[in-house]
Design a protein around this ligand. Sequence first.
Ligand code: SF4
Ligand code: SF4
Length: 374
Amino acid sequence: MAARVYFTDAHATPKQSRLAKVQALFRKAGFARLIAPGDKVAIKVHWGEPGNVAYLPVPYVRAVVDLVREAGGLPFVTDTNTLYTGLRRNAVQNVQAAAMNGYSLASLGAPVLVADGLVGHDGREVALPGCGIGSARIASGILDADALIALSHVKGHMLFGYGGAIKNLGMGCATPAGKQFLHSDVRPRVDATRCRGDGLCVRRCPVPCIELVARPDRQRGQSAEVARIDGARCIGCGECTATCPHGAIPIRWKTSAEAIQKKTAEYALAAVLDKRAKVGFLNFIVQITPDCDCCDWNEPAIVPDVGFAASLDPVAVDVLSARLVAESPPSPGSKAAAKKGDPWRAAYDIDYRIQFEHAEEIGLGSRDFELVRI
Ligand code: SF4
Ligand code: SF4
């Protein structure tokens, strides 16, 4: 049977607000049936980097929190730590960043938890037999949840072209080491000028293939220890980059749009593999900016607000969301207005459909679906 995607447009009336429409979608899509009494329900969001004002607004999340509780679940609102420098690199700052953007227990009626722990080490390896990557490093808070509702703000991205449910699951549920793996196809290197020889990376390396070696310190006339990676044995897991507190194993942003989309689709599968019948996806096709909410700034939307879509299938809900934007007229003055053709490709000329095709190939969902307008 084809997947079903429920859609409602962005128009509202005094009798039916946008929040009421989102709640109607939740009910129609059968999300309440995913939740058993007492289930710990992860509401996976991206609460945005402070400075960005296009991220998913809190009232939508609150509306879903209330419905999860009504269904008997124990909701918590969650995201993971980032890899790059910013205000979300550890849970202390991440929760503060969430509060700066309005995400708090007081505003949401549910706790705000960082799913991969204090510094992003709280994750587990999920085996993915049959997928190219073999395994994925997923945040424990996602894996340990009984059910998951992914609330995804639909927007563009410099490597994906399009970001929605698949990216929210795949990149958004990865630990920082997992994110490094997704963002790079090259092996890490130690910057000896920054290394302090504390050995933290040596202890975290799963192979292990990092050792401390002596390096003469001419200024002090003595030798100091620095880390050295055996590149032939390194598996490129990214754990050392995520671990080093001194930036001595720098992030290497080297990958292709095709590789990152395929790997992210596989990570998305890993995030939900243990609870396929307990996951719902709600896409917010509003404030559709050309860049990701990880940016601490945002450009004007490429098209006017489109609406909201819900499904039990992350591929189907993304295919519909991408298509509806592609068919929309560009917003005056936006990057999409400056170029003809598909608005998704106005800022970054990337084939964003790779993620949908690969996600379908690996069994994450279906590109065919029945559209139900409500
Ligand atoms: S690379 Fe970083 S974590 Fe590893 S020994 Fe040097 S300073 Fe410590
Ligand atoms: S990327 Fe992973 S395997 Fe390679 S050196 Fe770093 S921690 Fe070790």
